[in-house]
Design a protein around this ligand. Structure first.
Ligand code: TYD
Ligand code: MG
Length: 463
């Protein structure tokens, strides 16, 4: 039967499909993003009768998915203990953030332990990849290298001999498959190439990592359409002005999605940071008003970070509100609560909020630390340098308890902090947590007015 081919117009940004060309994509609002593509028709030869397969119950034998740990602890933490055999991981990140560097380090570490590892670069020549490996001091590792972009050739080559434990495809945007007629780099090509590589992974048990570049607005361009096909989506973030790099699982079928891995870019590649709090608090300016230390959690790991605020009289009709590393709408909410319930006048002030070190915080527990930094900056009173803050703020100004209080306090105590401003402890009847000993002195506050009054009292004490 001759394969039927459907012309289709696909948005290169979001993958939406139209049956005629349009200037603007209705799904994502992008202009001039729609391109005509032809792919194989999604019709299968119809079978008169289906094969009958057994259906199973929820109970039964389940085996842990077999994994190959990379040996890089921060990477293994994010994947949930190593690369699951036959799984596909999409690693996204800005160009230049260090994806190729990290994957070369992981490849070399595995290869040194006797595993077969293939590194296929569609972006760089073999000599360039070699040069990087040499710079990283990994020139001796028996990684199998190639500079190739044709997916069929890659699969044919990798299928020879013992299947690799790990295959790196750097990057999926450069790959093309003969089964699709569209130009390389188009959504259809990316999807087709990924499909072929997924099939290869599932049949051979090779763990495949696809590298995907990210566009300015933080989306994995093109490869976004393969997010639902892969087993894990991992993003590698950090701004190039900082040395820290954060690895975060956005989706993970075989592990947690809230763990982060922390790395530092050095002249010898990415170095693991086993105790990130120390790093994020290094160089902290303790005497200035407007900084507060937030005792946060990233997955199972407590993480202390400095939150900096600058509140200054505005010369503009509409004051500026800018935030780096935190949620803009969360800042608006905290400002509104501080005005409505904390008695602060912020309407004529510019407000800037920054999470030091290039970290991005998503936890609502940062509300209280952000509020403390804001109040401190507005009042000009520095906060006590040995105190950490955490707690979620409600619209009424009430400070609500957050999860894992003990872990946060322990980390703060470990790093030499002596007190915490935190929500009233939850009355946990089942565990009787009231009797639990807290690792450091806490002043529990129930309402935002307590925070504002506490910071104002510091001025009176000082003067
Ligand atoms: P790279 O891994 O090529 O980024 P990506 O694959 O995500 O595009 O990293 C490139 C950057 O990393 C480049 O700006 C140089 C820097 N780098 C170091 O600082 N130290 C190193 O040891 C290496 C190999 C790269
Ligand atoms: Mg690269």
């Amino acid at each position: 039967m001759a394969k039927q081919r459907h012309p289709a117009f696909t948005c290169q940004e979001c993958g939406a499909v139209y049956n005629r060309w349009k200037g603007k994509c209705e799904a994502c609002g992008g202009w001039n993003t729609i391109v005509e593509e032809t792919g194989p028709a999604a019709t299968r030869p119809s079978r008169a009768k289906g094969r009958i397969f057994p259906l199973e119950g929820l109970q039964g034998e389940t085996k842990e998915a077999p994994r190959t740990p990379s040996g890089i602890a921060e990477l293994d933490r994010v994947t949930g203990g190593g690369f699951v055999h036959g799984s596909i991981i999409l690693l996204g990140g800005d160009p230049g953030i260090g994806k190729s560097t990290l994957l070369m380090q992981a490849s070399a570490a595995l290869a040194m332990r006797g595993e077969r590892v293939a590194y296929i670069s569609g972006e760089e020549a073999v000599a360039q990849v070699r040069l990087r490996a040499e710079r990283l001091g990994l020139g001796q590792a028996p990684v199998e290298l190639a500079s190739e972009t044709n997916v069929e050739d890659i699969i044919a080559t990798l299928s020879q001999g013992r299947p690799p434990a790990l295959a790196i495809i750097d990057s999926i945007q450069t790959m093309w498959t003969e089964t699709v007629e569209s130009a390389p780099g188009t959504v259809t090509q990316v999807r087709g190439s990924a499909q072929a590589l997924i099939r290869f992974a599932k049949t051979t048990g090779t763990a495949v990592i696809l590298v995907g570049h990210v566009t300015k607005d933080g989306q994995i361009a093109g490869p976004r359409v393969v997010e639902h096909m892969v087993d894990a989506v991992v993003s590698f973030e950090g701004d190039t002005g900082h040395h820290f790099r954060i690895m975060r699982a956005v989706k993970n079928r075989f592990g947690p999605t809230d763990e982060i891995g922390v790395f530092e870019m050095s002249d010898q590649g990415l170095r693991e940071v086993p105790n990130p709090s120390e790093l994020f608090l290094a160089g902290r300016d303790m005497a200035t008003a407007g900084t507060a230390v937030f005792a946060g959690m990233e997955g199972t790991r407590p993480l202390l970070v400095e939150i900096q605020a600058l509140v200054a009289p505005s010369s503009l009709g509409t004051p500026r509100r800018a935030v780096v590393g935190w949620d803009q709408s969360r800042l608006s909410m905290v400002l509104a609560v501080l005005e409505a319930h904390g008695g602060l006048k912020l309407g004529m002030h510019d407000v800037y909020l920054n999470v030091a070190g290039g970290l991005r915080i998503t936890e609502p527990a940062a509300d209280l630390a952000a509020a403390a930094a804001l109040v401190s900056s507005l009042s000009g009173n520095p906060l006590p340098p040995d105190t950490v803050y955490f707690g979620e703020m409600g619209l009424s100004g009430a400070i609500r308890p957050v999860a894992q209080e003990q872990a946060r306090l322990k980390e703060a105590a470990k790093l030499g902090f002596s007190s915490a401003v935190s929500p009233q402890p939850r009355l946990d009847k089942a565990k009787g947590s009231k009797s639990e000993r807290l690792p450091l002195a806490t002043s529990a506050i129930g309402h935002i007015t307590d925070l504002v009054a506490g910071i104002a009292a510091r001025r009176r004490k000082a003067s």
